[in-house]
Write a new protein. Structure first.
Ligand code: ZN
Length: 258
């Protein structure tokens, strides 16, 4: 169920895998996301299993209610002391989390969008970012890095890994999406191709985020893409393009270990 991502010492990074997939069930087998139509008990069950594997309480597994925004929230002791309604308010409409707390797992839910994990192992600051094409255009990865810097991180020390996301061959987009990337100043030559037959545009969403990370001061050799395409591997990962948006999500998480 948990696929570890080798990021840096002192940090546990991972993505989840679906497990025994029943192809007729769009939430099969493992889903911790509670706002994409899954049964609440199944979500709770999945969360309990994940917490058991991580060796943490349910309160220490934290994920935002994502809306393709570019808002970042900091999970600190003040957040941990809030009651549950106030915590939900903090997490609503947020697409990236940053923390310095040990043994608190932050993460994002995705199905084709890019889940991005960031860690400064020296300053001990970590982040989890949901970067779909809208968030990528809005520069959410850069916003998350800015927030990490405010918490003491240095871009030159940050290690980044992107989890399972849609590959360029699978990510066909309309020209209006291409235009948004052009307007946002991406170097298009390295992220845009056109299908020889259909002439439809295909974007490299991981490559676009790599451009943002480098602009934010990360070293090229600190950026990893160790996972496979979500759309090409439906038995391992959820894919909104394959299953529709009412389906489970892959959870990609990060935790500072004491
Ligand atoms: Zn693919």
């Amino acid at each position: 169920m948990i696929q570890p991502i080798d990021l840096c010492p002192g940090v546990l990074a991972f993505t989840t895998q679906r497990g025994n997939v029943n192809t007729r069930n769009k939430y099969s087998e493992f889903n911790v996301c509670n706002y994409t139509g899954d049964d609440a008990l199944h979500v709770l069950d999945s969360r309990m299993m994940l917490c058991m594997q991580l060796g943490i309480d349910m309160d220490s597994l934290i994920m935002p209610h994502q809306t393709h925004s570019c808002r970042v929230a900091v999970i600190d002791n003040r957040y941990m002391s809030l009651d549950i309604d106030k915590q939900e308010n903090v997490l609503d409409g947020v697409d990236a989390l940053v923390t310095r707390l040990d043994n608190v797992c932050i993460g994002v839910n995705t199905a084709d969008c890019v889940p991005l994990l960031l860690a400064d192992p020296e300053a001990r600051v970590v982040a989890a970012v949901h970067a779909g094409w809208r968030g990528t255009v809005a520069g959410i990865a850069a916003r998350a890095i800015d927030t990490m810097v405010k918490q003491g991180a240095r871009p030159g020390n940050i290690i980044a890994a992107m989890g399972p996301a849609i590959c360029q061959a699978c990510f066909e987009v309309g020209d209006e999406v291409v235009e948004q990337f052009e307007k946002a100043g991406f170097e298009m030559d390295s992220i845009l191709t056109r299908d020889a037959r259909t002439l439809k545009a295909h974007l490299d969403l991981l490559g676009a985020n790599r451009q943002i990370l480098k602009k934010s001061g990360l070293k090229e050799n600190h950026i990893f893409t160790p996972c496979k395409c979500s759309r090409c591997n439906p038995a391992s990962y959820f894919s909104a393009r394959a299953l529709g948006i009412n389906s489970g999500r892959t959870f990609t998480g990060i935790m500072l270990k004491k």
